[in-house]
Design a protein. Structure first.
Length: 204
C-alpha cells in the first residue's frame, strides 16, 4: 500500500483558473510527499449557481494551458462523465476503482471545513482519505457556533493535515467581474489563460 503513487486532488470550478491556484498547487507539491496534483474541473458544484459557469471544456482547456509547464500537475475531466451534480465522495470512489495503484488525497480550503458536515457521506470521506487543509482568510463559518465547533473538532482528526501555504485571496468571481468591466486582469492569470480569454468574448 505504501508503494501506491500519491495523488493530490484539487477540486474546483476553475472559472477561470488563476495564479493563486498554481501558487497553491506548486506549494503543496514542493512541501509534501505528493507525486502529482490533479486539478479536477467540476461540471457543477451542488452549492453553486451554474449560470455563471463557462462551458466545461473551456474551463478544462484553460487549466491545461495553465499547467503545461508544470510536469507534476494534471487537468482532470473525470467528473464530466459522472452524474451531475458531482459529489466528492462519488468521484473518489470512482477514481479508486479506476486507479487501484494510486493513493488519493483531497485538498481543500480551511473555509470549507465548517460546512463539511453538509457534504455527502462526509464521515466516510474523512475516514478513508487524507485531507490537506490550506489556510483561507474567510471567517464566515467562525460566526456560526455549530460550524465553528465542528471545524475545531474535525481539525483533531488524524486524516486532517493543515499546511502553512501562502494565502492568495484571489477570487475568480472578482476576475470575471473585472473582465466584464473591461479592466486589466493580466497579472492575475497565467499568461496562456490571459491570452485565451483575451481572444474570446468569455465573461464579457
Amino acid at each position: 500500500m505504501e508503494n501506491r503513487k500519491k495523488i493530490g486532488l484539487f477540486f474546483g470550478s476553475f472559472n477561470p483558473v488563476h495564479i493563486g491556484h498554481l501558487i497553491l498547487g506548486n506549494y503543496i507539491l514542493e512541501n509534501s510527499d505528493m507525486e502529482q496534483l490533479w486539478f479536477v474541473v467540476s461540471p457543477q458544484n451542488p452549492f453553486k449557481d451554474k449560470k455563471s459557469l463557462l462551458k466545461d471544456h473551456n474551463r478544462l482547456d484553460m487549466v491545461q494551458l495553465a499547467i503545461k509547464n508544470y510536469p507534476k500537475m494534471r487537468a482532470s475531466n473525470v467528473e464530466f462523465s459522472l452524474p451531475v451534480p458531482s459529489y466528492t465522495i462519488d468521484t473518489l470512489t470512482y477514481l479508486n476503482e479506476k486507479f487501484p495503484d494510486f493513493s488519493f488525497s483531497l485538498i481543500m480550503g480551511e473555509d470549507n471545513l465548517g460546512s463539511l458536515h453538509k457534504w455527502k457521506n462526509y464521515e466516510l470521506l474523512i475516514e478513508k482519505y487524507q485531507i490537506i487543509i490550506y489556510p483561507r482568510i474567510s471567517d464566515e463559518d467562525k460566526k456560526d457556533p455549530v460550524s465553528e465547533s465542528f471545524r475545531l473538532a474535525i481539525l483533531q482528526h488524524e486524516n486532517i493535515h493543515q499546511i502553512n501555504a501562502p494565502i492568495i485571496e484571489l477570487s475568480a468571481t472578482e476576475i470575471r467581474n473585472m473582465i466584464k468591466e473591461g479592466k486589466n486582469v493580466r497579472p492575475m492569470l497565467p499568461p496562456e489563460v490571459f491570452d485565451y480569454l483575451d481572444g474570446s468574448s468569455f465573461y464579457k
